[in-house]
Write a protein that binds this ligand. Structure first.
Ligand code: FMN
Length: 329
């Protein structure tokens, strides 16, 4: 039996549910071509970081490479910025010319500032969609939750005012009223949410007392939180969901689709096992569908969602109470 692996995500038709998430693997066109060859249905380009652009300018200032005449600094700053942006736009164009899969650009931002204009340029360069990695850690003791949430609404409004390609928001999970906020966000006209952004984790080197980043790659256990929120919200939101974080094999792809995701994004598994893993995962998904008499991916999307399962409390706190009382712990 031939299985239809296609799905639709943020208004884009995908030949299968595997999207390669934003990372260094999509930094050059040769690699993007390889990802397509191994079966990737779409690729999210490595993010253009607001900070990255600013840091480039600042480090040049600090290194005193140039004299301190402000007009020279302004020129260098402008040139550096243009250059980085132009490289990114070229990558979009080259990727579109050399592949036939959707190419989703990505911007890492925390305000609706200067970068908004890039959204139009990204659209003009041919990107099929734009993923906004809104990266706000609620670490500012003076900032309220409401202010942080408002920043999301402001960014979406500004981007939508300059660009008309599909938009996905890569979500953080640091919200006190996550379900309510996600629902409101999904009503702003965005096309998808990505559950979840994976922040770099700090670790302390006890010999040097320096704070370093640790745990660059995810582990399969980390997918549990994604599965929970996808299962709870998929039927409630007015947009699609891409599940990401901790998806390392075909079984995990199936679980996330069953919870209600329209597609998945994969990164760590490809760094750890090589990009050939995409083909292996697709074979695993196809075999499971075949063995269980499903004809298509759409047959399984959402079948284990909170709205569709017999015991919806499995996604909720009640299940913990049951577990602890049953096991006598
Ligand atoms: C080396 C590396 C680079 C990444 N770069 C980006 C990036 O530029 N933008 C972004 O939104 N996420 C970035 N991510 C996060 C991934 O897109 C993804 O959300 C995260 O790794 C969780 O998926 P995984 O469990 O499959 O790794 C990066 C992850 C890794 C490991």
């Amino acid at each position: 039996m031939s299985i239809d692996l296609s799905t639709s995500y943020m208004g884009l038709k995908l030949k299968n549910p595997i999207i390669v998430g934003a990372c260094g693997l999509s930094e050059d066109v040769e690699n993007i071509v390889k990802l397509e060859k191994h079966g990737a249905a779409a690729v999210v380009l490595k993010s253009l970081f607001e900070e990255q652009i600013l840091m480039d300018i600042d480090s040049q200032r600090m290194n005193n490479i140039f004299d301190s005449y402000s007009d020279v600094e302004n020129y260098i700053g402008f040139y550096t910025k243009q250059n980085k942006i132009n490289n990114y736009l070229k990558l979009i164009k080259d990727a579109k010319e050399n592949t036939s899969i959707p190419i989703i650009a990505s911007i890492n931002c925390d305000s609706d500032g200067e970068w908004i204009d890039f959204a139009k340029k990204i659209e003009n360069a041919g990107a099929d969609g734009l993923e906004l990695n809104i990266f706000i850690l609620p670490s500012d003791t003076e900032k309220t939750g409401q202010e942080i949430e408002q920043t999301y609404f402001d960014i979406i409004k500004s981007v939508k005012s300059v660009s008309s390609i599909p938009i996905a928001i890569k979500m953080s999970y640091y919200f006190s009223g996550f379900a309510n906020f996600a629902k409101k966000l999904s009503e702003t006209g965005i096309d998808a949410m990505v559950f979840f952004n994976r922040f770099f984790s700090p670790d302390i080197n006890i010999r040097t007392q320096k704070v370093e980043s640790a745990y660059i790659y995810s582990t399969p256990e980390e997918n549990a939180m994604v599965l929970r929120w996808t299962g709870i919200l998929a039927n409630k939101l007015n947009c699609d969901i891409a599940a990401t974080t901790g998806i390392h094999d075909g079984k995990s792809i199936i679980k996330n689709l069953m919870a209600g995701a329209n597609a998945v994004q994969i990164v760590s598994a490809l760094y750890l096992n090589g990009i050939g893993d995409i083909t292996i995962m697709l074979q695993e998904v196809e075999k499971h569908l075949n063995d269980n008499n499903f004809k298509s991916i759409s047959d399984i999307i959402g079948i284990a969602n909170k709205e569709t399962i017999a015991n919806p409390q499995a996604y909720q706190r009640a299940q913990f109470m049951k577990y602890f009382s049953d096991s006598g712990k």
